[in-house]
Design a protein around this ligand. Sequence first.
Ligand code: NAP
Length: 498
Amino acid sequence: MPNPNKTTYQSYIGGEWVNSSSGETYETFNPAHTSNVVGTFQSCTVEDAEAAIAAGKVAGVGWASTPAPQRGAVLLKVLGILERRGEELAQAITVEEGKPIIDARGEIKRAMNIIEYSAGEGRRMFGYTTPSELPDTVAYTIRRPMGVVAIITPWNFPVAIPAWKIAPALICGNAVIFKPASATPLAATLLTEVFEEAGLPPGVLNLITGSGSSVGNALVESPDISAISFTGSTEIGTRLYARGASLLKKVQAEMGGKNAAIIMNDADLDKAVGGVVQGAFGSTGQRCTATSRVIVQDGIYGDFMKELVERTSALTVGDGIDEANDVAPLSSQNQLDTVMEYIGSGTEQGARLVIGGHRLEDGEFADGYYVEPTIFEDVPLDSRIAQEEIFGPVLTVFKAKDVKEAVDISNSVEFGLSSSIYTKDLTVAHQYINTVETGMVHVNAPTLGGEVHLPFGGLKSSGVGAREQGVEMVDFFTEPITVYIDHAAEAKERARFI
Ligand code: NAP
């Protein structure tokens, strides 16, 4: 087994746990107790990235020719190991990223679901047959792996997002170079260990930890990487997509969000408030599908706000490892600074602070990145907190007179990841479903999450390229090859087309 000394972790290249070629390392710290070192990790170099790609190229040949059901069998072993090691990984997520342990366990479950679904895909991987216009000819398609693919992931779902890229890539027969966020290398390392333990052949999955601007960029630039699956900020994703396209690579980029929930006058108040509190403050608001805005019809506004403030005030803030806590620390100093800057800009730009708005620094909070759950109302539509992704426990509230105005507000941002509406009126619900500009739409449910057998992704600045998960996942990680077979006994004149 790798990593005999568990405080210093290594990268995984060609089936070996190795140090960075430069010998340089970096440390990560627990966001709930910033003096606690989580571990020491390799600062991989461009040379390490090249070594990983070379290993992937060699190993990918054998993996691509392994029958897909056998590849699926390896993924089922991964699933079995996660049953056993899931709690270890969940605790690693909380210690490293900060999120409440219950959310971390949910993340592991989500990872297991996609691994299970991907394993089953090994027995489908459908092409299609269709009649040929030529006599004595059979026409059909097969799927071929892309080759060596790069998986570049963010810190906020350090196991689930890598899993929902790695498992589909592997079942489709690709070799993978996995570049996790610099902030969450422990979760990435443990996940890689699980794949190794399941018997994945050496070199098929390679882990390189280190900075995006060096090793991440090296993956994008490499002529041997044929596809890049990226999740992260819109800023980096936009640049990466443009560069990848200019190099004629296949790229999918899932990016930021500014998700809104709409509450209509006829909404079930209890359900609506519960969904918004969970959506806004669950995982400390550090979810791409978090509820960042709520748009409330004027007739229910007063009742909704009263209940919202009451339930938000009852949330307990503290170390995520304690199951009693609902809201945990932000995951880094950078996140803390960004969120506090947004809170400051809210007041400066004319919004009214209803609750929260402060950093918590005393007593048990002294050593962590804690911010109170925060709500603003009377938010100017053109203000930064109305338009930009905050990525923290901050909710902005708007008022609308009808569903048309509510959808207009929902659509008034550059993002289009997820959204929701609470109403009992099917006509209103369908008007909303057909006009809201988001890739995922929920009715009477929070803006959060999704199921692995359905496509996941956003519109506008939230996503570009093929959708992740669902049947669409296979489209991204394979090339369709079109086959024509002439089985006539004798030569004959053929039509001369293209
Ligand atoms: P980020 O800063 O864009 O980083 C994402 C990944 O890209 C990291 O692994 C990062 O490495 C790497 N990277 C940075 N610069 C790069 C470069 N020049 N070339 C190649 N790779 C590079 O995003 P983040 O702060 O980790 O994640 C938060 C964002 O992710 C939020 O905007 C959130 O909404 C979004 N997100 C979206 C979804 C979705 O499905 N739509 C899901 C989750 C999160 P380093 O860590 O080393 O910088």
